[in-house]
Design a binder for this molecule. Structure first.
Ligand SMILES: Cc1cc2nc3c(=O)[nH]c(=O)nc-3n(C[C@H](O)[C@H](O)[C@H](O)COP(=O)(O)OP(=O)(O)OC[C@H]3O[C@@H](n4cnc5c(N)ncnc54)[C@H](O)[C@@H]3O)c2cc1C
Length: 519
């Protein structure tokens, strides 16, 4: 994936009418682009920042049906997501894993409730089940989770869900699009919509955020997949359009693995104030969260509130014998859920649904909001089907259920480099040729110079932040450690991408500022 090459392809096709232009390079937009190119449509995707910069890199990292939605009785939503979970684990085995969870139970009623509930969860997954759920007694629960408080504990319910690397999944999807003839561009903002004399949308006006160049791009169908920013695009279409998004902030903290000391994750289905809390092992750390705080402002870099961080620390401390404190936190990250609101009553949280919503405006803007990472494939299928149904695309069958993002199964058995996909061997080759490039950049982070070079050559990072936050997960794993390697990584990037010393200093300063939000 090479940005300059893709831009020059775009210029070569400046008079072309695309079948589909997708606005937004998060899970939803990239999922749509994958669905579109696999059906044979000429597809262009434009992302104003980096791929997955917004919500799609800030998830709980679960590929799940959603046990809590089961408790809310949304069986259809859970069944669909459980099936999607199965497809995602099959199609991206390098970026996903089958994760064992334990729900600690403290009353007989909870033993019955969660045992029955999770049996039903297993049943809904059908042949795409990741393993059956079962009850274990107190001793076995403590053996699995040695740091769980044992006072009053009756036992645990073991069940399985999926886990993944969200931003690397997004990059794998972008890569797949580019490798199959589509154009996917980061740092390319849609500034307005183009319309004909009848008011029908004919394309978009977009700006290359790096060069400032403007492009008028014609398309049969424009899809708005901009998550929490969807209403900005709706207003480009119709300045009087009503809000459709009700953002809700979710915060996670990252702790050292010593706070869990287990390969099993903990799920607390109902904390004191009725929320769900996860503590999940991830790349040798523990991700704990999340919160659900309704907000009015929508930004690219949401900031965790003190009360959200305190809630996670306090609740984790209630269940763990080693109580984490603020100084133990290695990273704090916040994301905005693009929940679909009721346009006639945007302030109402009652109507807020976890389900995605697809709408077609009178001028032909096809929008999708809401949903979740796990369901990206199905959401994409439904969106494109809607475009076909509206007569904006020629009919073609969806092909993504069995569309793999990884082909070389032998590499999967190997090591952590498998996360870079089929060409991970190139990193190994680089290290063999130059062993010093295989040295860790920081003792607390699992990344090497060779990986940074490979990322620059293959994964279109524009900024230092792209490498540290989303191509590697250094920022999330340990924000302070990532800051310590920031200047060195910027120098490696500058050498690869042809930037000067000024760029290195600017990027390092920008990154330092960014990390303030994560510490
Ligand atoms: C805290 C939290 C935890 C979650 N955990 C999970 C989980 O564990 N599992 C799960 O399945 N789901 C989870 N979700 C849900 C999931 O992360 C989201 O549903 C999903 O990432 C939304 O993706 P999206 O593409 O719709 O939005 P985004 O990722 O926000 O992408 C929209 C993109 O559009 C771009 N854009 C906006 N305007 C323009 C423009 N004018 N031109 C070009 N580009 C533009 C933005 O820059 C952005 O990158 C979680 C969500 C949150 C908030």
């Amino acid at each position: 994936m090479n940005r300059e090459k893709l831009i020059s392809e775009l210029k070569d096709h400046k008079d072309k009418k695309w079948d589909i232009v997708v606005i937004g390079g998060g899970a939803t937009g990239l999922g749509i682009a994958v669905d579109a190119f696999t059906r044979g449509y000429d597809t262009l995707l434009l992302e104003q920042s980096d791929f997955a910069k917004a919500t799609s890199s800030r998830s709980t990292k679960l590929v799940h049906g959603g046990v809590r939605y089961l408790a809310q009785g949304d069986i259809l939503l859970v069944t669909e997501a459980l099936h999607e979970r199965g497809w995602m684990l099959k199609n991206a085995p390098h970026l996903t894993a089958n994760q064992e969870f334990v729900i600690p139970v403290y009353t007989l009623w909870d033993v019955i409730l969660y045992s029955v509930g999770l049996k039903f969860y297993d049943l809904l997954a059908g042949r795409l089940s990741l393993g059956r759920s079962y009850f274990i007694g107190k001793t076995k629960t403590i053996a699995r989770l040695p740091l769980l408080k044992s006072e009053g504990l009756k036992g645990g319910i073991v069940y399985h869900d999926g886990q993944f690397d969200d931003s690397r999944m997004a990059v794998a999807m972008a890569h797949s699009c580019a490798a199959n003839g589509s154009i996917v561009l980061n740092y390319f903002k849609v500034a307005s919509l183009l319309k004909d004399e009848n008011g029908a949308i004919t394309g978009v006006k977009a700006v290359d955020m790096e060069s400032g160049s403007e492009y008028s791009i014609m398309s049969n169908l424009v899809i708005n997949a901009t998550g929490v920013f969807a209403d900005e695009i709706h207003r480009m279409d119709d300045p009087a359009s009503k809000p459709t998004i009700k953002p809700s902030q979710g915060v996670h903290i990252v702790l050292d693995r010593s706070f869990l000391q287990s390969d099993s994750a903990i799920m607390i289905p109902k904390t004191d104030d009725g929320r769900v809390l996860f503590a999940i092992p991830w790349y040798g750390k523990v991700v704990a969260g999340t919160t659900d705080t309704p907000l009015d402002t929508i930004t690219m870099e949401p900031k965790a509130l003190d009360e959200e961080i305190d809630f996670i620390l306090r609740t984790a401390g209630k269940y763990l014998t080693r109580k984490p404190s603020r100084t133990d936190v290695q990273c704090i990250y916040a994301g905005l859920r693009p929940l679909a609101a009721n346009p006639d009553n945007p302030q109402s949280t009652k109507e807020v649904s976890r389900r995605h919503k697809i709408t077609l405006s009178p001028s032909g803007l096809l929008s999708i909001v809401g949903g979740k990472w796990t369901s990206y494939r199905r959401m994409a299928e439904e969106t494109i089907d809607r475009g076909i149904k509206a007569g904006m695309l020629p009919a073609a069958r969806c092909r993504t259920k069995n569309f793999p993002f990884y082909h070389n199964a032998t590499l999967l058995k190997d090591d952590r480099l498998k996360i870079y996909g089929d060409r991970a061997w190139e990193i190994e080759k680089m290290i063999t040729g130059n062993p010093s490039s295989g040295k860790l950049l920081h003792p607390g982070l699992p990344y090497t110079k060779a990986e940074v070079i490979w990322i620059c050559r293959n994964e279109m990072p524009g900024k230092l932040e792209d490498v540290l936050a989303r191509r590697t997960r250094a920022l999330l794993l340990d924000a302070r450690a990532s800051l310590e390697i920031a200047h060195g990584v910027a120098e490696i990037m500058a050498a690869e991408l042809g930037h000067d010393g000024k760029w290195v200093e600017e990027q390092t300063a920008d990154y330092k500022k960014l990390t303030e939000n994560y510490l």
